[in-house]
Each structure stands twice: as C-alpha cells, then as structure tokens.
Design a protein around this ligand. Structure first.
Ligand code: TMP
Ligand code: MG
Length: 318
C-alpha cells in the first residue's frame, strides 16, 4: 500500500489495523473481561482454535480443586479448603483446631510467597502436610461423620460450576481433579453438589480407615502443592480414560499446579488457566509469565466455561 511509504503515517496506521484485527477476532467475549490477563493473546486464541478443530474427542481437562474449583472467598470470608472442612467438632477437638490453624498461619504464607522458589518451599510443604495429617490421625476421625461435616461447612464451588461439570459429562470429556487436599472430603463436596459424574477421576490424599471406620493413616504417596509432577507421572499417566487425548485444558491456582499435565505423553496443545486469588500485585507478574490466561480475583467459572463452549462448539469429535 502506498500509504505505508509515508513514515509518519506508518505507525498509526499499523496500530489502527492491529486494534481492528484484535476487535474483529474476539470470538470469546469473556476473554475481554477486565479480570482476564494474558501474556500472549494471539497464542491463546490459536491454541483454542487448534483445540476446537481437534474436537471434544481429543480433549481432557485437568484441574486442581481447592481454590480452583472451589471459591477462594464469599462475602468477604475465606471459603474452607478440604482440610479446613475437617475443622468441625464432630471430627476434631478444640486443641486440634488451634494447632491446625496455627500451622495454616505459618505455612500458607510460605506456599504463596513469590520470593521463594518451589525447591525452597517443597520440604516446608511436606512438613505442613505431615504435621496436619498426624494431628488428624490422633483425632480418630470417623468416616461416617464426614458427610455431615461437609454439610455443615461453608464449602462452595465457584459460580458456574454446574455448567462446567455437566458440560464435560455431556461431551464425555474426562475431568481429572488433581488435589493436594483430602480426597474423601473432596468427593463428598462434589457429591453433595450433584456433579460427581462418571467422567470425573480424582487423584488426591485419601484417608485410610480401620475396620471400625476410624482414621488410622493416609493412603499412598503424600501429595502437596509442589510435588504434583510426581503424582502426574505415577498416577495420571496410567489412567486409560485419559489416553489418546492430546489436548489439555489445565486449571489451577498455584504455580505448582502447572505440573499436573506432566504425565500426558505426546500432548499437542495445552492451555493453562490460573486463578490469582490472593497477593495479586506481588504475584501478578509470575502468574502472567507462567499461565496462558490469568483470572484475577474472579470467583466464577465464566472464562473456563466460555473456552470449553468454544472448543466443543464444532470440530470433528470422536
Ligand atoms: P489443592 O491442591 O486442591 O489446591 O489443595 C491444597 C491446598 O490446601 C493448598 O493451597 C493448601 C491448602 N491447605 C489448607 O488449607 N490446610 C491445610 O491444613 C493444608 C495441609 C493445606
Ligand atoms: Mg489449589
């Protein structure tokens, strides 16, 4: 175009064209929400389009649970994680409550501290989880009381959770929930919300009860926020329902959650969505550098739902 040869007009024209291109390309309006941050918007759009072309039959969803599928806060109050749901007199005494809260106050700030590396955090997380699990075992928690404790808790899935779970089930897309929380409690939460569909698979810390239904240990290798890679390689990689699905939508709220897809062999496209719930200013940069889409203080599933709707809107299926 002749106009490009006039130097002073070159930049403004290109800017206008770039803006126009972006405006006309917005097929997912939810991505324009002000809570959405993206390092490279064009890569996000290309990945979504590639996943859409491949269809629902090639997709799997891997999601963290606490503070990813569950809300971070509601009406200004923190929503309990699966561990914190156990903080109920039906299950543990007051002294144990105090000790578990003190541990949370010590270790949670370390978990989310942007100035410490994952390597530095790892042994401290093992320490936290081990201490809490030992305290829980001492309390001789009864299996038949868990459902009641979940009912009495203020556990809450994010707004739009039903659309998320139901849509994945309808489309027969496997959903792997990969949680460092307590598996038995997690199952009860999704059961009570009527979304424990057959396409849901869970990797988590499961309680081991004795014959009388009293907690005596936790099963298998401990999962904490910074060793999900090992769990992915040893457990997720073996799940037959996930085989042959090279496209992954990953949801998490911790940088450690990014390794949840490490067990997916021969993946083609991975799109990662990170909920930035807390310490926003301090962690924004590292989240933008690590997740493809960052959702800042967004308590809804609107963006994941919109992305899923788009990926499954046509394509060849399987
Ligand atoms: P997630 O992998 O499903 O997110 O679960 C791990 C979260 O649980 C992590 O962010 C820390 C939190 N947690 C507690 O809230 N209380 C505890 O006692 C422990 C050990 C972890
Ligand atoms: Mg989490």
């Amino acid at each position: 175009m002749q106009i490009y040869h006039i130097p002073w007009i070159n930049t403004p024209v290109r800017t206008v064209l770039a803006i126009w291109h972006q405006l006309t390309k917005t097929e997912i309006p939810e991505l324009a929400k002000c809570s959405v941050l993206m390092r490279e918007r064009s890569r996000v759009e290309e990945t979504i389009h590639a996943m859409q072309r491949a269809g629902a039959g090639n997709l799997q969803v891997i999601s963290d649970f606490d503070m990813t599928l569950t809300r971070f806060a509601h009406n200004g109050k923190r929503v309990p994680t699966t561990h914190n749901i156990l903080d109920n007199r039906l299950l543990i005494n007051e002294d144990c409550t105090k000790k578990i809260r003190a541990l949370l106050n010590t270790y949670y700030p370390i978990e989310i501290d942007p100035s410490r590396s994952a390597e530095e955090k790892l042994p401290l997380m093992v320490e936290w989880w081990t201490k809490v699990h030992e305290l829980l075992i001492e309390q001789r928690i009864r299996k038949d009381m868990l459902a009641q404790a979940v009912k009495e808790s203020s556990a809450m899935l994010r707004d739009g959770y039903k659309v998320f779970f139901d849509h994945l089930a309808e489309q027969r897309i496997p959903l792997l929930i990969f949680s460092a929380g307590v598996g038995d409690v997690l199952e009860e939460v999704i059961q009570q919300n009527h979304v424990f569909h057959p396409n849901v698979h869970i990797i988590s810390n499961y309680m081991d009860f004795d014959q009388t239904g009293v907690l005596r240990a936790f099963k298998g290798q401990l999962i904490h926020t910074f060793n999900k890679r090992e769990g992915a390689l040893s457990h997720a990689a073996g799940l037959t329902e996930l085989q042959g699905r090279p496209n992954v939508l990953l949801l998490g709220d911790s940088l450690g959650d990014l390794t949840m897809a490490d067990g997916v062999s021969e993946h083609e496209n991975i799109l990662t969505i990170g909920f930035l719930n807390d310490q926003v200013e301090e962690r924004k940069e590292s989240y933008i550098n690590s997740f493809d889409i960052v959702l800042v203080k967004d308590e809804t599933m609107d963006v994941p739902n919109a992305v899923l709707r788009h990926i499954t809107s046509s394509g060849n299926g399987k």
